[in-house]
Design a protein around this ligand. Structure first.
Ligand SMILES: C[S@@+](CC[C@H](N)C(=O)[O-])C[C@H]1O[C@@H](n2cnc3c(N)ncnc32)[C@H](O)[C@@H]1O
Length: 281
């Protein structure tokens, strides 16, 4: 991110969610606030999407990761989760349409510059701040999540759920694992959903994923938010288990297609963007 500036990829992800409501009628992920939080940027987002049909793949991946996370959250709330931490929240709207507000407190963690920008946008869109929401401005690269959450009243003894969507690829491996270690050690038990990319193949092994990845990596780097980490699926699973996560569900392109796009023909290789749910409970 550029010093003191809000994340531009946060605006990009929010634009994809808004466009998904319009062009795909929110078929994978329904978000009644997605267009409203974009305000005057919504029209340009729709125009861009229509002019760049190749961005549809990324838009659908973003819709899938949201749907996967919110479905998992709903089951976890039924199983006793009482706190949700939205890590690197960007313009995520869950807190403002929280269907479990009676029992679920939401902490939105984000880079201070992005969070200040979001609060301005919420005010402009006249989206009220619920009592069940607490903001936690934290820079993951400078401050520990433990310190940042302790400062805003997060209770480590309560069963908690963490969503961490569209953030891991932008962090160093060290920052990723220290956050996962904190989550795994919470005494009340925890669930986390995050997404990551496999390292793209190079040379003669270059495939469709490597080509699509290159376009995206160049775009995000050009706006000062370069990708910094990739994980091999098997190695990540071993690492998560070593940290104390017991149940791990990892969906790569093939399983994502099977679950959310069952009407599409053909199979896909499993290298690419993944979304994972891991739990210590
Ligand atoms: C691609 S956006 C994703 C936002 C949101 N989770 C979504 O899916 O729309 C990346 C988010 O990571 C946050 N982020 C990036 N680096 C960060 C850091 N060092 N500390 C805290 N947040 C960071 C940005 O502020 C931004 O909100």
């Amino acid at each position: 991110m550029q010093p003191g500036e809000p994340s531009r990829t946060a605006l990009g992800a929010a634009a994809h969610r808004a466009v998904h409501q319009v062009l795909e009628s929110g078929r994978i992920f329904t978000d009644p606030l997605a267009v409203r939080i974009l305000g005057t940027d919504a029209e340009a987002a729709l125009r861009d999407a229509k002019n760049n049909p190749s961005r549809r793949m990324l838009r659908l991946f973003i819709a899938v990761r949201m749907r996967f996370a919110e479905d998992a959250l709903a089951s976890a709330v039924a199983g006793g989760v009482r706190q949700l931490v939205v890590l690197g929240a960007g313009l995520d709207t869950f807190a403002y349409r929280n269907a479990f507000a009676e029992s679920l407190h939401v902490f939105e963690v984000d880079h201070p510059a992005t969070q200040a920008w979001k609060r301005k946008r919420l005010a402009e869109a006249a989206i009220p701040l619920p009592r069940t929401l607490t903001f936690a401005p934290i820079d993951f690269e400078r401050e520990t999540l433990a310190d940042g959450l302790a400062a805003v009243g997060f209770d480590p003894a309560k069963q908690s759920f963490f969503t961490w969507l569209g953030v891991v690829p932008y962090l160093t491996e060290q920052a990723v694992f220290s956050t996962l270690e904190f989550i795994a050690r919470l005494p009340g038990g925890a669930h986390v959903v995050f997404d990551y990319g496999n390292p793209p193949a190079s040379g003669a092994d270059r495939d469709r994923y490597a080509a699509a990845h290159e376009v995206l990596a160049t775009r995000v780097a050009s706006i000062g938010e370069a990708f910094r980490s990739y994980f091999e699926t098997d190695a990540l699973r071993i690492k998560l288990m070593g940290l104390g996560f017991r149940e791990i569900e990892d969906l790569g392109p093939a399983l994502i297609r099977e679950r959310y796009f069952a009407n599409r023909r053909g199979s896909l290789p499993d290298r690419g963007g993944h979304v994972v749910r891991a739990t210590t409970v």
